[in-house]
Design a protein around this ligand. Structure first.
Ligand SMILES: Cc1cc2nc3c(=O)[nH]c(=O)nc-3n(C[C@H](O)[C@H](O)[C@H](O)COP(=O)(O)OP(=O)(O)OC[C@H]3O[C@@H](n4cnc5c(N)ncnc54)[C@H](O)[C@@H]3O)c2cc1C
Length: 391
């Protein structure tokens, strides 16, 4: 790992000031308050402003294609986090847009990408179904061909951002008799199609996600991505990206693991709680100092854990230290952020957020199995019942 400091050129420093000023002008207190109320993690005004200023396109494209240089990309990402730009829907949009660029028919590709760059087109992920999400290839949502169209029936659970998006990147089953990885076909389904019903769900941390029902939804074949029954090839890349199973750039300018954004809330809560007990003098109590020190040590270790290990370490640490942080802060931590008389230390939010961070994009159990199997070479997990002891 490279811990050296990056010296910014005067131009890059000017870029940092420019984006800091721009972001603070669009991510207002009103935006933050509204986002907490809706749980959307998306603000259309902010998103359109980012699009019309050209930032979405620059973030999405590589430097060779006219995007940010590596240093500016890093500055941009850090400044966005500092400003608390709502991030979820751009995350799914950027990921799916890569599959659109690679697999969409020319009839829709350029239009969709143009909209992605100016912010008017947003894309969400329709993988998980009510009966299970860990194994996305076990898909029951059916698509049946009818001439130049497909008829889709089924339901998808946790389609985050669907109500703010124009298309869903939908996994469907087009051949129930085939082996599961050869039965899938991907579509970019327009969310204003007849037969789609989006119902909101609020999660324990206040985020909004959705269950989406598809009843006889008709989709033109031009919205198919990749080959019929070749959906696994299309969906593998975004799944790997979401799992953080892609090699990090070795220039030290990338996050060491995915979910660093979420980890930032944990780091902030730890800082806030340390400041709180420092001010109150409670830190002089040996047990408070010990538990705070242990939490910060765990936090630092998780922030330094790379790739797939980092994904597990961050989410597990969040789960483990959030109760300690709340306890150390005392009864004031029971009040949510923004509540009268609260300390706004965020430990309470991190406590509610932690379970989700270990679920979406793949659960911790699934990730631990991936590490065991693919990194440690321990073979496939064996879920059979233990053998009865010989009597
Ligand atoms: C806030 C939030 C947002 C989400 N957003 C989206 C989204 O935008 N689009 C989308 O498609 N999905 C989304 N998801 C769904 C998410 O990806 C799934 O919840 C996750 O993959 C787990 O699937 P599941 O909930 O169906 O649990 P299941 O797969 O049913 O698992 C149940 C339990 O069994 C365990 N388990 C399952 N398989 C294994 C295994 N092989 N080895 C060991 N243990 C196993 C799991 O760890 C878990 O504890 C979101 C989820 C949340 C909570």
């Amino acid at each position: 790992m490279d811990f050296s400091t990056v010296e910014l050129s005067p131009e890059d420093e000017a870029f940092r000031s420019e984006v800091r000023e721009f972001l603070s002008s669009i991510v207002t207190e009103d935006v933050i308050r509204r986002d907490r109320e809706t749980g959307d993690n998306f603000d259309e005004g902010v998103h359109l402003a980012l699009g019309s200023a050209g930032y979405l396109e620059k973030e999405w494209k590589t430097e060779a294609d006219g995007g940010f240089s590596r240093v500016r990309r890093r500055i941009w990402e850090l400044e966005k986090r500092r400003a608390e730009v709502p991030w979820v829907t751009w995350g799914t949009t950027a990921m799916v847009a890569r599959s659109v660029a690679k697999f969409a028919s020319p009839e829709i590709r350029d239009d969709v990408l143009r909209g992605v760059f100016d912010g008017t087109v947003r894309l969400c992920l329709g993988y998980t179904e009510p009966e299970g999400g860990s194994d996305v290839a076990t898909c029951k949502t059916r698509a049946i061909r009818d001439g130049d169209q497909w008829v889709i029936n089924g339901s998808k659970m946790f389609t985050t951002g669907a109500h703010n998006c124009q298309y869903v990147f939908l996994i469907t089953n087009t051949d129930p008799d085939a082996p599961k990885h050869k039965s899938l076909t991907m579509f970019l389904v327009p969310l204003d199609s007849d037969g789609i019903e989006i119902q909101g769900i609020r999660t324990v941390d206040g985020d909004r996600t959705n269950i989406v029902y598809y009843s006889d939804v008709r989709v033109d074949d031009k919205y198919r991505l990749g080959d019929v029954n070749g959906g696994w090839t299309v969906v593998r890349e975004p799944l790997d990206a979401e799992h953080g199973a892609v090699a990090a750039a070795d220039d030290g300018l990338a996050d060491v693991a995915i979910m660093m954004h979420q980890a930032g809330f944990m780091a902030e809560a730890a800082d806030n709680v340390a400041a709180l007990v420092g001010r109150s003098g409670a830190v002089d109590d040996g047990s408070v100092a010990y538990r705070l020190g242990r939490s910060v040590a765990r936090l630092e270790a998780s922030l330094s854990s790379p790739s797939i290990f980092g994904r597990v370490a961050l989410a597990q640490t969040m789960r483990d230290i959030a109760p300690d942080l709340m306890d150390i802060a005392g009864s004031v931590a029971a009040l949510p952020i923004g509540a009268d008389g609260g300390a706004d230390d965020r430990s309470e939010y991190v406590y509610r957020f932690a379970p989700l961070v270990g679920i979406y994009g793949g659960t911790l159990e699934v990730f631990r199995n991936m590490i065991a199997q693919h990194v440690l070479g321990l073979g496939k997990p064996n879920y059979s019942a233990p053998k009865a002891k010989a009597s």
